[in-house]
Design a protein around this ligand. Sequence first.
Ligand code: XMP
Length: 511
Amino acid sequence: MEKILVLDFGGQYNQLIARRVRDGSVYAEIIPYSKITADQIKEAGYKGIILTGGPNSVYDAKSPHYDPKILDLKIPILGICYGDQLVAFMAGGTVSSAENGSEYGSTELQITENCPLFDGVPDESVCWMSHTDYISRVPDGFCTVAVTKSCPCAAMCDSSRKIYGVQFHPEVTHTEYGRKIIDNFIYKICGCAGDWDVENYAEKTIESLKKKLDGKKVLLALSGGVDSSVAALILSRAVGERLICVFVDHGLLRKGEGDLVEKTFKGKFGLNLIRVNAKDRFLKELDGVTEPEKKRKIIGSEFIRVFEEEAKKLGHIDVLAQGTIYPDVIESGKGDSAVIKSHHNVGGLPEAISFDEIVEPLRDLFKDEVRRVGTMLGLPSELVWRQPFPGPGLAVRVIGAITEEKLAILRDADAIFREEIAKSDIKTKPDQFFAVLTDTKTVGVMGDARTYGYTVALRAVTTDDFMTAEWTKLPYEVLGRASSRITNEVPGVSRVVYDISSKPPATVEWE
Ligand code: XMP
């Protein structure tokens, strides 16, 4: 399989670079610069190398450097931002700090020389810049091929060695011809055929798992989230009945969700699914608990306990499967093989279950690729496009102590809000939206009678990565319909408010 190495120097857009290469039907893998040597790169047979951006300055002694041998491997190289400066530095050029400060944002790019990287790119276009240092003297053998008003070397190349560098970020959509530049690199310069696609990759994974897991018993904790759902479908295609899925229903799921998971996996797909109805256990442990972190800890450890008890009943397990996806691998383990995704972000790997190995069928895939595989394997769109849902579930959306009554109110209010958004003609739906049951009761009036009921808060956010988020400016009509339906249809609610806080300073969840 032809592949491109994305050598990671810690920049914020690094996953995006790999995504763009994969969108061009070439497999790309991200490896931190400290985890692979130049000799290993050579041995791995990459068709091309992209050196990523990073937050450092090449002259800072602590900043990441690399073995200059990489320039002599005869593998095409593209340096981006910090990667560009690093190439210049390794090849003997000069990198300086900009006197006029940083160049940031959309910038006019002017191509000054012919270069295969810019085939089909007009002489003037817009690129995205984000840098303070710049290349003030290109190394011997290189020539400057593009400039901006304040950057004397916005791109450089040494065509004879197929080494290129761009100061701007072709991977972000603000760079008008970014797609073209990446395509030029992977196809024209690296000579890739572009025969990778995720569906094909999934089929091959299934075939290889069939051999690898021959005769073995596999256990998977299925939550109904897209990752564990797609992992379940891949594994069931590989080992059939020998896959046992344990679905711990902690009673803190949204309306109808537990039944949907059971109906889908047991009914539609005929999976060997054990649904453990553990609501009473969880609610007993959570009784009277109001502190959010305590709720999370209780749910995490109770989850592991229930999962372990079920697993023990099954006897020895050969393989424990996990729905780890590529961003988890990159973020938590920097590409190390035995990265363990903790259940629900709390607790950890069950200790009391004995198993021989771990299998993570999605560990090479990004979230949208996982969704594509899910669609290909017939997963219903409600599950493929399920919005993120916290492991501790509604427990962190019922503010204060949790009771069955409060959970029932929240479930109904939340379902109405989600229905109204689904029915609306909003073009771009919020990335996450839900209801919260506050712990505040207020006075209301219904008919001629005074009521005294809960306040429901509605929350909708727009975000790329959930690290920061903006509150979504939902149309008043949608909010109005949701509010009036919730107060009319859900007994116990007398008031609905809309949360207009962004993150930071607020968080997405209330607890
Ligand atoms: P916050 O509230 O931290 O949420 O801004 C960011 C994203 O993470 C989800 N979230 C969780 N997911 N376990 C999870 O698996 C948790 O304990 C948890 N807390 C928050 C939240 O829904 C949002 O998408």
